[in-house]
Design a protein around this ligand. Structure first.
Ligand SMILES: Nc1nc2c(ncn2[C@@H]2O[C@H](COP(=O)(O)OP(=O)(O)OP(=O)(O)O)[C@@H](O)[C@H]2O)c(=O)[nH]1
Ligand SMILES: [Mg+2]
Length: 406
């Protein structure tokens, strides 16, 4: 008869290896407490039974199971979560490369399965948050870790006690009719247009004829010299992405190769990639050289919203009245990547094209697909009002607020 298999928890580094004060590791799953306990020693070199020490911070030493030598001094926090078989151990060791690496090796020898932080079950803020089961609180903390701008952090934190949390609490505590409830839910759902951009940055592809100043404008918007700029047409080949903050909204700006008759196979490929990028972007910033009389305008009428920049406005560039009618249907802005002229208008036009011109720093905002889904479910139930649909809607609102594990 085969012996019962030992449970195999998963272990991951939650912080990158490198010069730093601390490195944080996490072990999660059935057997996590035993696994870490087997390589943990106290100051007198005694083994530590973590099952007895749940929810306390233990100072000790991780030893190498191969030779029983101390690897590093650590702080360990063990928990038995409410879910079945969910044991969780956080280990803080010294920062740098080797302590974290060596402890991961020791954990593997002790029976843990090494994975990437993102692959941990319920990975989230310091690994403690399971997004779906902790509701809005978990989602806020999870996304705050990845936020690239102060505005995003501010809006997300507002949702913790005020914002969406307060809004849903009110909806659940007040005795509203189905019609009133539906009205508020539909209003909440409108915030998803820009709320989704807080947690998944929008992409803007910078496209247009070669030498129009695409890379110069991309650099101006990003405030960095990320793209190479030269007077030679065909400078940008592989597209270059820049992380940009437009009025606090995080954006991925993709600078692409200019359109023209390709000189060789390499340029043809670069142009094909530019077209591909513009197809998948949320918005296209189409840049033309306002001083060029023979600029080519490929079909930019595609599916995605487009903002047109008539660039080099510091030189003898076209006025907006001279923009050909087929282009004038887009929002058109005169810009100069050299003097910065038109930068503020361009920023606003791009935000408008993304549906993000009216970001609100206070009040509720729907910022995850899960929240949107639960609110849609509630709205759907309320289409045909009845006692039952009201109960279904309340349940969906409750899930939106507290998570699915309730
Ligand atoms: N005067 C003036 N020159 C500009 C402006 N924008 C770009 N340039 C110049 O135009 C030339 C081409 O600029 P780039 O930014 O490399 O143009 P691009 O559209 O990225 O070019 P490709 O990558 O080759 O398609 C450079 O010499 C820039 O300095 C502008 O607003 N005013
Ligand atoms: Mg370029």
């Amino acid at each position: 008869m085969s012996s019962p298999q030992r449970p195999c928890p998963q272990a991951a580094l939650l912080t990158p290896l490198g010069p730093a004060g601390v490195t944080v590791l996490q072990v999660i799953g059935a057997g996590a407490l035993d696994c870490v306990g087997s390589i943990l020693r106290d100051a007198k070199n005694r083994t530590v039974n973590l099952a007895d020490k749940s929810n306390r911070i233990i100072r000790g030493y991780i030893i190498d199971p191969a030779d029983q030598q101390r690897i590093d001094e650590v702080l360990v926090h063990a928990q038995h979560l409410a879910k079945p078989n969910c044991e969780l151990v956080d280990i803080c060791c010294h920062g740098g490369v080797r302590p974290g690496q060596k402890i991961m090796e020791a954990l593997a020898l002790a029976g843990a399965h090494p994975v990437g932080a993102k692959d941990l079950p319920g990975a989230g803020f310091a690994g403690l948050i399971d997004r779906s089961s902790c509701g809005i609180v978990g989602e806020v903390l999870d996304h705050v870790c990845h936020a690239r701008t102060d505005l995003v952090v501010r809006i997300l934190l507002e949702q913790l006690e005020g914002g969406l949390t307060a809004g849903l609490n009110r909806l659940l505590s007040e005795d509203l009719s189905a019609e009133q409830l539906l009205q508020v839910i539909n209003h909440l759902l409108t915030t998803w247009t820009w709320g989704k951009r807080l947690t998944t940055p929008a992409t803007i592809a910078v496209t247009g004829p070669t030498n129009a100043g695409k890379s110069s404008l991309a650099n101006l918007l990003s405030g960095q010299r990320g793209s190479i700029v030269t007077s030679q047409p065909g400078t940008t080949r592989d597209w270059v992405s820049h992380h940009v903050s437009l009025e606090g909204l995080p954006i991925v700006l993709i600078d692409t190769a200019g359109h023209r008759e390709p000189a060789d196979a390499l340029e043809a490929e670069a142009i094909a990639r530019a077209v591909e990028q513009s197809r998948h972007a949320d918005v296209q910033l189409f840049v033309i050289d306002g001083t060029s009389r023979q600029a080519q305008f490929p079909d930019i009428a595609g599916q995605i919203p487009t903002v047109l920049a008539v660039n080099k406005a510091d030189l003898d560039a076209w006025s907006l009245d001279a923009v050909p009618p087929e282009l004038a249907k887009h929002i058109c802005i005169r810009t100069s990547a050299v003097t910065g002229l038109g930068r503020a208008e361009l920023t606003l036009a791009l935000l408008k094209a993304l549906g993000c011109e009216n970001l609100s720093q206070t009040g509720p905002v729907v910022f995850t697909k899960r929240q949107q889904n639960r609110l849609q479910r509630a709205a759907h139930a309320l289409q045909v009002p009845s006692e039952r649909s009201l109960a279904t809607a309340r349940n969906a609102l409750s899930e939106c607020l507290y998570g699915d594990g309730i």
